[in-house]
Design a protein around this ligand. Structure first.
Ligand SMILES: C[S@@+](CC[C@H](N)C(=O)[O-])C[C@H]1O[C@@H](n2cnc3c(N)ncnc32)[C@H](O)[C@@H]1O
Length: 190
């Protein structure tokens, strides 16, 4: 059975401000016309909805492992079909990520690495935390950004993944915006 996340996460800025910080980051850096992959839509779908509202031409693909959150997405685009031009949320387990099914991304968020993978994922040969990190580096264009969240429950497990990606020459540090350490993709094949 797929290791689903059986919840519907509302916007909890006190607990988990990463999505809000990411939206502010896009605005502050004046990022436009970018293709964004977002790990963990939440039931609020803030990143997709705000990218549409900002009108800067950014488009978002997000993933949720919660059927309830995907239902929220369905409700959103049924009520406001315009959103579907800017934002796709799909339901799956990120630990099954297959880049050949995806476009190249300008920006990737890996905010929840290290939080949700368990032995239940092993039962269907899901990728390791490192393999997902590597695959998303491969799926980010040279000069694109890979963003992390240092307030995550999985941050302890994420740090060595970032260190390895830097050591292997896949990522270079590009500063920290609020709670979000930002890394830039190098040209080295992942
Ligand atoms: C705590 S919520 C955070 C949502 C949002 N990023 C925020 O900060 O408000 C965790 C998110 O990760 C998603 N998630 C959990 N396990 C996942 C998995 N294996 N693959 C993809 N998404 C997953 C959940 O569906 C949920 O959207």
């Amino acid at each position: 059975m797929l290791n689903i996340w059986d919840a519907n996460w509302g916007l909890e800025l006190g607990l988990c401000p990463c999505d809000q910080h990411f939206v502010e980051f896009l605005e502050e850096r004046k990022i436009s016309n970018s293709v964004i992959y977002h790990f963990g839509s939440g039931g609020h779908h803030l990143v997709g909805v705000q990218c549409m509202k900002a009108g800067k031409g950014n488009v978002v693909m997000s993933i949720t492992a919660a059927p309830q959150e995907h239902k929220e997405y369905e409700k959103l685009i049924i009520a406001e079909p315009k959103l579907a031009h800017h934002y796709i949320c799909y339901f799956s387990d990120i630990y099954t990520f297959e880049g050949r099914l995806m476009p190249m991304f300008d920006i990737v968020t890996l905010f929840h690495l290290g939080e949700f993978r368990t032995e239940a994922n092993d039962a269907y040969g899901a990728h390791s935390e490192w393999e997902v990190t590597r695959r998303f580096c491969a799926q980010t264009r040279t000069g694109g950004l890979v963003c992390f969240y240092n307030g995550s429950n999985g941050w302890g497990e994420t740090v060595p993944l970032i260190e390895r990606a830097v050591k292997e020459g896949l990522l270079e540090a590009d500063g920290v915006y609020k709670t979000l350490p930002i890394y830039r993709r190098t040209a080295k094949p992942a």
